[in-house]
Design a binder for this molecule. Structure first.
Ligand SMILES: Nc1ncnc2c1ncn2[C@@H]1O[C@H](COP(=O)(O)OP(=O)(O)OP(=O)(O)O)[C@@H](O)[C@H]1O
Ligand SMILES: [Mg+2]
Length: 248
């Protein structure tokens, strides 16, 4: 279980996370929504320790992350998979090397890594021949799949996706959603997905909405269109009027 309590994070005078509370149960599939710039990526980065909160607590399977030593933190980090907002592949190496990088760096011979990578490529629905291509030869959707394949290499018990469908065409969006759903069913990994795509509500168990640095709503996604929370009501319909102030 992931339990965030009173989390605060500022960059200079700019407060991004402002006393945020959130609980995510084991095996839960949670969609996180909120305006652009609201601090969604900053939130995920705090959960996996890429950013340190200024205040508050992050409990991960009963362990307090903010006070852990580096080694214990690395162990927890090892259980988390993070699929970056922009796939974050290394352009100068092949798909094989991008996905297998962890094992290759540990000195495992290429011929042993190759079948493992090939299996992951198949898992994420990519064609076999993608393995020797460079990221520049792939479409946006394919890159996102490679990003997920790399994450799956470590069999994480928690997978965090940062906007996995942004910039994709509607059919690719649907396929990425189905892929996340399939991955969730197969691994039962606790899954947190940041998304601007309302289709995610068909796949997630719960929705959490971020506003003003806090979680202003968390509830089941099933009846989200009937949700009477005024923030959610305004946000998912993209209404100009309501409690959410829009500044561009
Ligand atoms: N390392 C950093 N240093 C300074 N400011 C940062 C840093 N990371 C993020 N910010 C700021 O924190 C705010 C929240 O950023 P974040 O990337 O979490 O937004 P987001 O909700 O993920 O938005 P989007 O939907 O556009 O991805 C932004 O104003 C951003 O400029
Ligand atoms: Mg973001």
């Amino acid at each position: 279980m992931i339990k965030l309590t009173g989390l605060k994070k500022a960059f200079g005078a700019k407060i991004i996370t402002n006393g945020l509370d959130l609980e995510v149960n084991d095996g839960e599939f949670l969609a996180v929504i909120g305006r652009s710039g609201e601090g969604k990526s900053v939130l995920l980065k705090q959960i996996i320790g890429l950013l340190t909160p200024d205040e508050g607590s992050i409990e991960f399977n009963g362990k307090e992350l903010t006070t852990l030593g580096e080694q214990e933190r690395d162990e927890i980090f090892g259980m988390c998979g993070y699929v970056f907002q922009f796939a974050a592949l290394l352009d100068s190496i092949t798909v094989f090397e991008n996905i297998g990088i962890g094992l290759l760096e540990d000195g495992i011979p290429e011929k042993e890594v190759r079948p493992i990578v090939a299996e992951k490529i198949q898992c994420v629905g990519l064609a076999e021949d993608v393995i020797d291509k460079y990221p520049s030869e792939l479409s946006g959707g394919m890159k996102k799949r490679v990003g997920l394949a790399r994450t799956l290499m470590r069999s994480p018990s928690t997978i965090l996706y940062d906007e996995p469908t942004t910039g994709l065409d509607p059919i690719s969006v649907r396929r990425i959603h189905e892929l996340m759903h399939k991955t969730h069913k197969e691994t039962n990994a606790t899954t947190i997905v940041i998304s601007h795509d309302v289709e995610i509500f068909n796949y997630a168990d719960h929705v959490a909405m971020l506003y003003g640095g806090k979680v202003v709503y968390k509830g089941p996604s099933k009846n989200i269109w009937e949700c009477d929370n005024e923030f959610v009501h305004q946000f998912i319909r993209g209404l100009p009027e309501g409690p959410i102030k829009h500044t561009l």
